[in-house]
Design a protein around this ligand. Structure first.
Ligand code: ARG
Length: 631
């Protein structure tokens, strides 16, 4: 349920015209992250317009205007919208809610846009607007290049930290959600008008690198990287491939677990690397280069784009200063058995809150140190909202880092810090998704699996069969990715979900391929209309129920984007996109555009088709799903 407590500020629109005041308003209908976190910027929206009108009416009868929140009706057969504010307000001031509701209706400034205003039950106000009013809004939206969203407002600088692959390991299914959800959130925030950067934040500076150094030394001790007296230059060619590293990594991890001497050696190597031992640095560069080359390919195939290719190592020069500052200036850090820690627990903590580790007893730095230093850098660079799209299992880590950042003043209160947690992808048996052999599935292999499944579906449905082979292959890839992404994003990010390839790739039901196909079909309708010489024209008052239903759905677009941004949840948008597609199908079945005899009506319907395509395309794009030209 939406929450109350808004400050609506939208002026009345003139039917058919987009008033400039409608744009650029800051308003939040669904404030999930209040206070300093950027949410929806606002825009041209029927719901916020109605909310404004009812807010004014409540204010006119002496009640706080927040009671004026208007929401879509719970019983669409009775009304389009409803306002429930009279109930709570009447209770607070000790009045009869139905009487108050009537007073509010009487106090409405202008009632010409309402077709129906009823008081229902204990005091809900049921609202239906006139068809002319609806048409005016739809027409304005069709001519607005932002589809009703406010113009970009770069006042807030947001950074989305997502993907986060670790150097020296192939990306696997675990990185899938971070990449898909992060990319979509980044696009949502950008679409709603904020200035947003996506940062991959690679894991490239911790113990795993030390482990890989000692493993290579064990295998090839004669390489110059391990000779402390070597003065260079080091070879240009990497001594290992990413496959080598992936093979080496689990072996050395296992050995370190069982052999304290090996573990000690890995810690030592990590420390030496972090303190700039030239041979290790040269080797680290090779490890990084082979990893990044492969990861760039993986992310490109996945349609995930980063603005910043930074990593833990990016801040390595800040680490010593940061620890020193926390230790000496702030007096916040303390020594504990040779390690340096920051206490972050609070008296009211319900669960155990261990101190944040800044250095190990040997002086080497950790994941938490690089995260705190990175946060410091991001604040310095002027970001005022930092989103970490990371597995829910890292919740404690982020809680500790955020607390340390607040205590030390690294992150002032004006900077929003949010861990955007997500659950796991499970196999049919309900445990984390594995290959048939029981290993973790590599991302590249997963992509092949979904593309193969998509190709089989296309053959089965006889779609795109007579296209040139390259185009067909491209479509299979796009459909496979749509299946994968929609299958993931349509679950609320915090829930675990079962990877069900069969369901995800189906052209029926709530799936990526269904929506993609729907959008392609709309393109072909527009093409055929164009060939028949039909031109889109002004959107006129709807007369058919399915037509009205589609308009009402399309008009919700700006709010849906606002809500998805406010609650940081792409599944709000997957749900909406599905509803747009099904409402369109109903409309298209009821309104025979190509055969319509009234040219004005036909032109109006064609504009609605065009508006639907615009909204569906931008919605899918925001979910990271591409729409082929034809299929
Ligand atoms: N590399 C980390 C991992 O694989 C994820 C990084 C997430 N971002 C961060 N700022 N800690 O678990």
């Amino acid at each position: 349920m939406p929450q109350a407590g808004i400050e609506p500020a939208l002026p009345a629109p003139e039917a058919g015209a987009l008033s400039p005041e409608l744009l650029g308003r800051t308003e939040r209908l669904y404030p999930a992250y209040p206070h300093n976190s950027p949410g929806w910027i606002g825009g041209m929206s029927l719901l916020s317009d109605l909310t404004q009108r009812f807010g004014d009416a409540f204010a006119a009868v002496g009640v706080d205007r927040s009671a004026g929140l208007v929401v879509p009706s719970q019983r669409p057969e009775l009304a389009q919208y409803q306002c429930n504010g009279a109930l709570g307000a009447a209770k607070r001031i000790g009045r009869n809610p139905r009487d108050l509701a009537q007073e509010v209706i009487d106090a409405l400034d202008d009632r010409s846009m309402f077709d129906q205003l009823d008081i229902a039950g204990p005091g809900f106000i049921n609202i239906t607007v006139t068809d002319d009013f609806l048409a005016g809004y739809a027409e304005a939206m069709e001519h607005d290049h932002r589809l009703g969203l406010a113009e970009p407002d770069p006042r807030h600088k947001v950074i989305v930290d997502y993907g986060g692959p670790n150097m020296s390991k192939s990306m696997h299914v675990g990185h899938l959600r971070a990449s898909i959800i992060g990319e979509s959130l980044k696009r949502l925030l950008r679409l709603s008008g904020h200035a947003v950067d996506g940062d991959i934040h690679m894991g490239d500076w911790g113990m795993p690198i030390g482990q890989l150094i000692i493993e290579l030394e064990r295998r090839q001790p004669d390489l110059p990287y391990f000779d402390a007296d070597f003065t260079g230059p080091y070879p240009e060619e990497s001594p290992v491939t990413l496959d080598d590293l992936s093979e080496m990594y689990p072996i050395v991890v296992e050995r370190c677990k069982n052999d304290p001497e090996e573990a000690e050696r890995a810690r030592r190597a990590t420390f030496d690397l972090q303190n700039g031992r030239p041979g290790y640095l040269a080797l680290w560069r090779h490890y990084r280069d082979v990893s990044v080359a492969e990861q760039k390919k993986d992310f490109e195939a996945l349609g995930v784009e980063f603005d910043l290719w930074r990593g833990e190592s990016t801040v390595h020069e800040r680490l010593a200063t940061l620890v020193d500052r926390l230790m000496n200036d702030d007096g916040l850090a303390r020594e504990s058995d040779g390690a340096i820690v920051v206490d972050v627990e609070r008296p009211d903590d319900k669960k155990e809150m261990p101190p944040l580790l800044l250095t190990r007893s040997d002086g080497s730095y950790l994941y938490s140190t690089t995260d705190l230093a990175t946060l410091d850098q991001r604040v310095e660079e002027g970001y005022d909202l930092i989103l970490y799209v990371v597995d829910a299992r890292q919740g404690l880590h982020f809680e500790q880092v955020f607390r340390a950042a607040r205590l030390s003043g690294i992150a002032p209160d004006t900077v929003g810090l949010e861990h955007i947690a997500f659950g796991t992808v499970n196999g049919p048996d309900g445990t984390p998704f594995k290959t048939r052999e029981g290993g973790v599935l590599r991302l590249a292999d997963l992509m092949k699996i979904v593309t193969d499944a998509a190709r089989a579906r296309l053959d089965e449905a006889e779609i795109a069969q007579d296209y040139p082979p390259e185009e067909r292959e491209q479509i299979a890839r796009q459909v496979g990715l749509a299946a994968l992404k929609f299958g993931d994003l349509s679950n609320h990010r915090t829930s675990n979900y079962v990877f069900d390839l069969d369901r995800f790739t189906s052209f029926e039901g709530k799936t990526g391929p269904y929506l993609q196909y729907g959008a392609v079909r709309i393109k072909s309708i527009l093409r055929r209309a164009n060939e028949a010489g039909i031109e889109p024209g002004p959107i006129i008052a709807p007369t058919i129920e399915q037509e009205r239903g589609l308009i009402l759905r399309l008009l919700r677009f700006p709010e849906v984007i606002g809500r998805a941004v406010d609650v940081r949840a792409p599944n709000v948008l997957t749900e909406y996109a599905y509803e747009v597609a099904t409402d369109f199908n109903r409309f298209y079945e009821a309104c025979h555009i190509l055969r319509e005899e009234d040219p004005q009506r036909q032109a109006s319907w064609l504009s609605l088709v065009d508006l639907t395509l615009g909204i569906l395309t931008i919605s899918l794009e925001t979910l990271g799903i591409e729409v082929p030209e034809r299929m």
